[in-house]
Design a protein around this ligand. Structure first.
Ligand code: ATP
Length: 361
């Protein structure tokens, strides 16, 4: 396994590298630590697969370098980069047994038989494949075949990194939760650098220590699941992570106050130097604002519906033309269409042109 450095890495498929704003992957520099579990998360078309393919060597970058443990591997082929890959669909040999499939990447590299047997036993145990080791892969379900693919990706202990591209796509929804937790356990047990591409926040947040959120060809934030929840660096992260996502509302902000349509919301920090001409918004997660009986001093909103999610209920409301979600406190029943909103000032964030602004304490 290796530390991976991306140095001013960028990709343009159009061949026009004059304007980085048009790139499928805008220039990025970042470090992926040795042994880390990373998720690349973002909607379709944001550049996740492009970044993964640059790391694996399937795509050669328009600009920049990729270093494995400080060594520039940008010109090397996929094979020479010493990485393992697991794709959306099973890549296995149907005519081989499960055990032969798992052993193949090791046999191919001339690993001694005793070591192969020990590693295949370890990996098949971790993936619950031991009872199937002697079975021909062709007779197995798509779920089991994809487990073999995962096993083949994980069986080598000397790889720089294991790259997963939406590996649970073919897995039955009922089994997905099981495999998600299993992959996390595998990471802990095997101490490999793993990079996992997905558009599914549950998969990303379950698997990764560090989630790298991508939007429109850019990494907009890289952090622990908790950091992404508590302090989204970009309105897209606030909206994309969380269910429901963060409320984002246009506001006028000065000092320790945000104004929405003349109503004042107190802020915990002071914002005196916001960039001139920028679009200013405030963001607050639905968990940190709650509905109450309308009263002087509370921002008024109109209720559209209440979603009961079991342990917690959210009221879907409107503030003027803006949709907003707020927690319904236990025991509070929403009567009539108007409610007041009570904000937790420490949880209100300020954004200028979609980027988080740190206030002054
Ligand atoms: N080989 C290619 N040639 C031209 N354009 C490409 C190529 N591969 C990807 N793109 C474009 O680059 C952008 C990023 O695509 P990419 O596949 O990296 O995104 P993604 O986040 O992985 O999306 P998905 O989840 O749909 O695969 C998209 O606009 C896509 O159309």
């Amino acid at each position: 396994m290796a530390r991976i450095d991306l140095v001013d890495l960028a990709q343009s498929y159009s061949g026009n590298d004059a304007d980085p704003e048009s790139f499928a992957l805008k220039p990025i520099s970042m470090t992926w630590r040795q042994g880390g579990a990373y998720a690349l998360l973002g909607p379709s078309g944001c550049g996740k697969t492009t970044l993964l393919n640059l790391i694996s060597g399937i795509v050669t970058p328009t600009r920049g370098q990729i270093l494995f443990d400080g060594k520039d591997i940008t010109p090397l082929s996929t094979q020479k980069r010493n990485i393992a890959q697991v794709f959306q669909f099973p890549v296995i040999y149907d005519t081989m047994t499960v055990g032969e499939n798992l052993a193949f990447p090791l046999k191919n590299r001339g690993v001694p038989k005793a070591q192969i047997d020990a590693r295949v036993a370890e990996i098949s145990e971790l993936l619950d494949l031991t009872p199937y080791l002697g079975r021909k892969a062709t007779r197995l379900t798509p779920d089991a075949k994809q487990k073999i693919s995962l096993g083949r990706g994980l069986v080598r202990s000397d790889v720089a990194a294991v790259l997963f591209d939406e590996p649970l796509t073919v897995i039955d929804p009922a089994l997905k939760w099981e495999l998600r937790s299993k992959l996390k356990a595998l990471h802990r047990a095997l101490d490999l650098t793993m990079i996992y591409v997905t558009h599914d926040q549950t998969e990303a947040l379950t698997f990764a220590d560090t989630v790298v959120v991508m939007h429109d060809g850019r990494v907009v934030q890289s952090g622990t699941p908790q950091e992404l929840f508590d302090k989204p660096a970009h309105t897209f992260v606030g909206y994309f992570i969380g269910s429901p996502g963060m409320n984002i509302v246009p506001a006028e902000v000065s000092g320790r106050e945000a104004r929405i349509g003349g109503h004042v919301i107190a802020l915990q920090r002071s914002y005196d130097k916001l960039p001139a001409g920028a679009t200013i918004e405030i963001g607050i997660r639905p968990e940190f604002v709650h509905v109450a009986t309308p009263a002087p001093g509370l921002l008024l909103a109109q209720v559209e519906r209440v979603d009961d999610l079991g342990r917690i209920s959210f009221a879907r409301v409107r503030i003027g033309g803006v949709k907003f979600a707020a927690r319904v406190p236990q025991g509070f029943s929403v009567a009539g269409s108007d409610v007041g909103l009570v904000f937790d000032p420490g949880r209100v964030h300020v954004y200028a042109d979609s980027r988080l602004v740190e206030g002054v304490a």
